[in-house]
Design a protein around this ligand. Structure first.
Ligand code: ITT
Length: 196
């Protein structure tokens, strides 16, 4: 079974391959498919944006296409950056700078008000037009400094109190086991197994 994953984010793609490693599906990235089409992510929710991406690419290539729309919700900042997580401070701004900025915006905020979550919507678009979506989240807190070298994006500032580590300090397997992406994608795996 061939599955195309509509993402241009290498960090996501790596985790997606790991999470789908126990399936018999052949997973192709957009890059491997040679697909480079403009997609306007103008949805109001993670789910809507995941559907926009999966649908656009499925209509383009005629394959079963999955997409991931995800982000970081910080409660103290009214759930910012949320669906704008990739665009926060500009797409080309480094995560060193974005992470430092978020820590700065939370300076003086006590532990119990630093709650945050990573959320992930996965959408599957089929050539017959059917759409399936799944959702996952993981609760944590914004740290006081960047920690860890694994993962990508906001992982170095996303602290898991019960583990005493950031998600950038977890091994790949540990992160996938608890992450928003792991949860949403494992649900999608079950949905696809039913349908295929
Ligand atoms: P695609 O749309 O091509 O998949 P993107 O990076 O633009 O890539 P999103 O619009 O879904 O994807 O933005 C998600 C952003 O949220 C991502 O760029 C990270 O900044 C952040 N993010 C999502 N999951 C994360 C994770 O597991 N660890 C750290 N940051 C994460």
């Amino acid at each position: 079974r061939k599955i195309v994953f509509a993402t241009g984010n290498a960090g996501k793609m790596k985790e997606i391959r790991e999470i789908l490693a126990d399936t018999e599906w052949e997973v192709f990235s957009m890059k491997e498919m040679g697909i480079d089409i403009p997609i306007e992510e103008n949805g109001a929710t993670f789910e809507a944006n995941a559907v926009i991406k999966a649908k656009a690419v499925s209509e383009f290539c005629g394959e079963i296409v999955l997409a991931d729309d995800s982000g970081l919700e910080i409660d103290y900042l009214n759930k910012e950056p949320g669906i704008y997580s990739a665009r926060y401070m500009g797409e080309d701004t480094s995560y060193r700078i974005k992470n430092a900025n978020l820590i700065e915006r939370l300076s003086g905020v006590p532990d119990e008000e630093r709650t945050a979550r990573f959320v992930c919507a996965i959408a599957a678009a089929f050539p017959d037009g059917e759409i399936i979506t799944t959702y996952g989240e993981v609760e944590g807190r914004i740290g006081y400094e960047e920690k860890g070298e694994n993962g990508f994006g906001y992982d170095p500032i996303f602290y898991l109190p019960e583990r005493g580590r950031s998600t950038a300090e977890l091994s790949n397997d540990e992160k996938n086991e608890i992450s928003h992406r792991g949860k949403a994608l494992r649900k999608m795996k079950e949905e696809l197994k039913k349908k295929l």
